[in-house]
Design a protein around this ligand. Structure first.
Ligand code: HEC
Ligand code: HEC
Ligand code: HEC
Ligand code: HEC
Ligand code: HEC
Ligand code: HEC
Length: 495
C-alpha cells in the first residue's frame, strides 16, 4: 500500500506520531472510564478535556506537513520522487482499498469525536465536576448539597438551567473561577447571594409549581433547653404554604400568584430592606417603606429594584449549613444521640460554636471535649456510660463536618437562611410591622399570618387545638418576644 508521496515528510511524521500516541491513550482511558464503576474526576478531565486537543494537534500537523510538502514540490523547491499529481482510478483495486480505509478511519474518528464532545459536555455538567474538582473550594456547598432534599438534582439544574445562552455564560464565569482557584485568590467564604443567579422561574419552577400546591403542612419540632426545669419543649404548627392559582392564600400567594413583590436592599447580603412594592392582580401598587428609608419621597433607581422570587425566601434549598442549636436538637429528637445525656445541649452547642482553623482539628477537639466534660463534670454518669458518651462525641464531630467548614470560613452565621425569622430577620426583613404604606397599612408581623401553633408545651403535657393556641415562649421571658426580633436574642450558637 502506497500513500501519495507528499505524506512522507518530517512534519507529517511527527503529527502522525502525536496523533497515534494520543489516540491510543484516549482509547485506553475511554475504556477505563467505561469499565471502572466509579471513575475519578481526574480521569474524566484527562479523558474528555485535556487529551483530545492533542489528537487534533497531531492530525493538524499531519495535514499541514502534507500540504506544505505538496506546495513546495509544486513550486519546484523540493525534490520528491515520483508523481505529484493526485489522481484516482476506480479500476485500481489498491486505490479503492486506500480510499475505503481512509473513509472508514475518518468515520470512526468522527463518531469518536461526537461521543467525546458529548461526554465532555456531559462531564462539565456533572455534580462531580462542579462539586469535587476544586475540592476545598466547593466542599461546603457540595457537602451540604449531598445532605439536602436536592441531592439527586444536579448542580446545573439550579445554577444554569437549559438553553445555550446560560450555558455559555456559566462556562465563561467558570473559567474565571478556575483562574481564581489556580491563583488561590478565591473568596473565603464564596460570596453569597449570587447576584447574577438565573431567575428562579427558569430553574426551580421547572420542577416546582406553587400555583399547583396549596394547603398547610404539619411541622413538629422538639427544642432541647440548656437551662431551667424543662428538658425540652414541643412546638407543632401548621405552616400555611398555600399557593394555588384558585384559592390564592398562604405564603406562596405573594409569589406572583396574588401579588408581584419588588424590593430594594440597602446591603449586598440583602438583609436590610428599605423599600417594598406589592402589585396585585388588578395592577394596583402599594409601596411600603421602612422608618429610616431613603426612598420615602423619591422612588429608588430602577437598577436597584429586584423582583422577588423563590430565592428570596428559599436561599438555602441545597446548601443549608445548620446552626449548632439545630444540629443538636435534630440529633436528640431523632435519636442519633441519646437524649438522656445530662447537660449535653449546652456543652455541645458550646463546642460546635467555637472557632477552629481546620476541620480535622475541630473534630478531634469536639470529640475530646465531650468526653472530657463527662469525665470531669459527671464522673459517676461517665463511669457507668462511657461507651454512650464516646459515641455521642463521635457523632457530634461527624455532624460538625457536615455543617461547618473552617478552611472556607463557611458556617451558619456566614450564610443566613431567609426562611423564617429565628436567627436572622428572614421574613421579618419586611414583615416587622414597621414597613408601612402611606395609608398606614403595615406588612404584617401577626404570628398567625404564616403559621398557626396547634400544639405546644413539655412532652406528654402539651396543649393542643387545631384552631390554634396563642404562642408561648419555651422559657419565661415576659413579653420580650412580642417587642423584639427573635434574632436579637437567638444567634443559633453559644450566645
Ligand atoms: C436546588 C437547587 C440547587 C442545587 C441542586 C445546587 N445549588 Fe448551589 N445554590 C442554590 C441557591 C438557591 C443558592 C443561593 C443563591 C443566592 O442566595 O443568591 C446557591 C448558592 C451556591 C453557591 C454560592 C455560595 C453560597 O453558598 O451561597 C455555590 C458556590 C454553589 N451554590 C455551588 C453549587 C454546587 C457545586 C452544586 C452541586 C454540587 C450546587 N450548588 C447545587 C441552588 C442550588
Ligand atoms: C430537577 C428538579 C428540581 C429543581 C430544578 C428544583 N427542585 Fe426543589 N425539590 C425537588 C425534589 C425532587 C425535591 C424532594 C421532594 C420531596 O421529597 O418532597 C425537592 C424539594 C424541595 C423543597 C422541600 C424541601 C424540604 O425540606 O422538604 C423545597 C423548599 C424546594 N425543593 C425548593 C426548590 C428551589 C427554591 C429550587 C430552585 C433554586 C428548586 N427547589 C429546584 C426537585 C427540584
Ligand atoms: C415568601 C417566601 C417564599 C417564596 C417567595 C417562595 N416560598 Fe416556597 N415556601 C415558603 C415557606 C415558608 C415554606 C414552608 C417550608 C418551610 O418553612 O421550610 C415553603 C415551602 C415550599 C416547598 C415545600 C412545599 C411542600 O408542600 O412540601 C416547595 C417545594 C417550595 N416552597 C417551592 C417554592 C418555589 C419553587 C418558589 C418560587 C416559585 C417558592 N417556593 C417561593 C416560602 C416561600
Ligand atoms: C421583600 C419583602 C418581603 C419579604 C422578605 C417577605 N414578604 Fe411576605 N409579604 C410582603 C408583602 C409586600 C406582602 C403583601 C402585603 C399586602 O400588600 O397585602 C406580603 C404578604 C405575605 C403574606 C400574606 C399576609 C396576609 O395576611 O395577607 C404571607 C403569608 C407572607 N407574606 C409570608 C411571608 C413569609 C413566610 C416570608 C419569609 C419566608 C415572607 N413573607 C417574606 C413582602 C415580603
Ligand atoms: C411572615 C411570616 C411569619 C410571621 C409573621 C411569623 N412567622 Fe414564625 N415562622 C415563619 C416561617 C416561614 C417559619 C419556618 C422556618 C423554618 O422552616 O424553619 C417560622 C418558624 C417559627 C418558629 C420555629 C422556629 C424554628 O427555627 O424552629 C417559631 C417558634 C415561630 N415561627 C414563632 C413565631 C411567632 C411567635 C411569631 C409572631 C411574633 C411569628 N412566628 C411570626 C414565618 C412567620
Ligand atoms: C429576650 C431574649 C429572647 C427573645 C427576644 C426571644 N427568645 Fe426565644 N429563647 C430565649 C431564651 C433565653 C431561651 C432559652 C434557651 C435555652 O435554655 O436553651 C429561648 C429559647 C427558645 C426556643 C428553644 C430554642 C432551642 O435552643 O432549642 C425557641 C424555639 C424560641 N426561643 C423561640 C423564640 C421565638 C420564635 C422568638 C421570636 C418571636 C423568640 N424566641 C424571642 C430568649 C429569647
Amino acid at each position: 500500500m502506497k500513500l501519495p508521496n507528499f505524506i512522507y515528510n518530517r512534519i507529517s511524521f511527527v503529527g502522525a506520531a502525536i496523533a497515534f500516541f494520543f489516540i491510543v491513550a484516549e482509547i485506553c482511558l475511554f475504556t477505563l472510564d467505561l469499565v471502572v464503576a466509579k471513575s475519578s474526576a481526574y480521569l474524566e478531565i484527562f479523558t474528555y478535556i485535556l487529551l483530545p486537543p492533542f489528537i487534533f494537534v497531531g492530525l493538524f500537523l499531519m495535514f499541514f506537513g502534507a500540504w506544505r510538502a505538496r506546495k513546495r514540490f509544486r513550486d519546484n523547491k523540493f525534490d520528491v520522487v515520483g508523481s505529484s499529481k493526485f489522481s484516482f482510478d476506480f479500476s485500481q483495486m489498491g486505490q479503492v482499498r486506500i480510499a475505503a480505509a481512509t473513509i472508514a478511519v475518518f468515520t470512526v474518528f468522527l463518531i469518536l469525536t461526537i461521543i467525546g464532545t458529548y461526554k465532555s459536555f456531559h462531564y462539565t455538567e456533572s455534580v462531580e465536576f462542579c462539586g469535587t474538582l476544586c475540592h476545598s473550594v466547593m466542599k461546603p456547598e457540595h457537602t451540604a448539597y449531598l445532605n439536602s432534599p436536592h441531592a439527586k438534582v444536579t448542580c446545573v439544574e439550579c445554577h444554569i438551567g437549559s438553553g445555550v445562552d446560560w450555558y455559555v455564560k456559566s462556562k465563561l464565569s467558570g473559567l474565571r473561577q478556575v483562574f481564581k482557584t489556580i491563583g488561590n485568590s478565591y473568596d473565603r467564604p464564596v460570596a453569597t447571594p449570587i447576584h447574577n443567579l438565573r431567575p428562579a422561574t427558569e430553574t426551580c419552577k421547572q420542577c416546582h409549581w406553587p400555583g399547583k400546591f396549596f394547603g398547610s403542612f404539619d411541622f413538629k419540632r422538639e427544642y432541647f433547653l440548656k437551662s431551667g426545669e424543662n428538658k425540652s419543649w414541643i412546638i407543632r404548627m401548621m405552616m400555611k404554604v398555600g399557593g394555588s392559582d384558585k384559592f390564592n392564600n398562604g405564603v406562596h400567594a405573594h409569589m406572583n400568584i396574588d401579588q408581584d413583590v419588588y424590593y430594594v436592599a440597602d446591603d449586598k447580603r440583602r438583609n436590610v430592606i428599605s423599600w417594598v412594592k406589592s402589585v396585585d392582580r388588578k395592577g394596583q401598587a402599594t409601596i411600603y417603606t421602612s422608618p429610616d428609608s431613603k426612598y420615602k419621597e423619591k422612588a429608588p433607581p430602577a437598577e436597584l429594584i429586584r423582583h422577588m422570587d423563590c430565592i428570596d425566601c428559599h436561599n438555602r434549598p441545597s446548601h443549608n449549613y445548620l446552626p449548632p442549636y439545630k444540629i443538636v436538637n435534630n440529633a436528640l429528637q431523632y435519636g442519633a444521640i441519646d437524649r438522656e445525656l445530662p447537660g449535653f445541649k449546652a456543652k455541645a452547642v458550646e463546642l460546635l460554636s467555637a472557632k477552629y482553623e481546620k476541620a480535622p482539628a475541630a473534630q478531634a477537639a469536639i470529640q475530646a471535649g465531650v468526653v472530657e466534660y463527662y469525665r470531669k463534670d459527671h464522673a459517676a454518669y461517665f463511669a457507668a456510660n462511657q461507651k454512650k458518651v464516646e459515641a455521642a462525641g463521635a457523632k457530634l464531630a461527624a455532624l460538625y463536618g457536615e455543617n461547618m467548614f473552617p478552611e472556607m470560613k463557611t458556617r451558619w452565621d456566614t450564610h443566613d437562611d431567609h426562611i423564617g425569622h429565628f436567627l436572622s430577620h428572614g421574613c421579618f426583613r419586611c414583615h416587622d410591622d414597621q414597613h408601612k404604606a402611606p395609608t398606614g397599612k403595615a406588612i404584617t408581623r401577626d404570628c398567625n399570618s404564616c403559621h398557626t401553633v396547634v400544639e405546644q408545651g413539655v412532652p406528654g403535657k402539651t396543649k393542643k387545638n387545631l384552631d390554634g393556641v396563642p404562642f408561648e415562649h419555651p422559657v419565661d421571658i415576659g413579653d420580650a418576644w412580642k417587642e423584639m426580633s427573635c434574632s436579637d436574642c437567638h444567634t443559633g450558637g453559644n450566645d
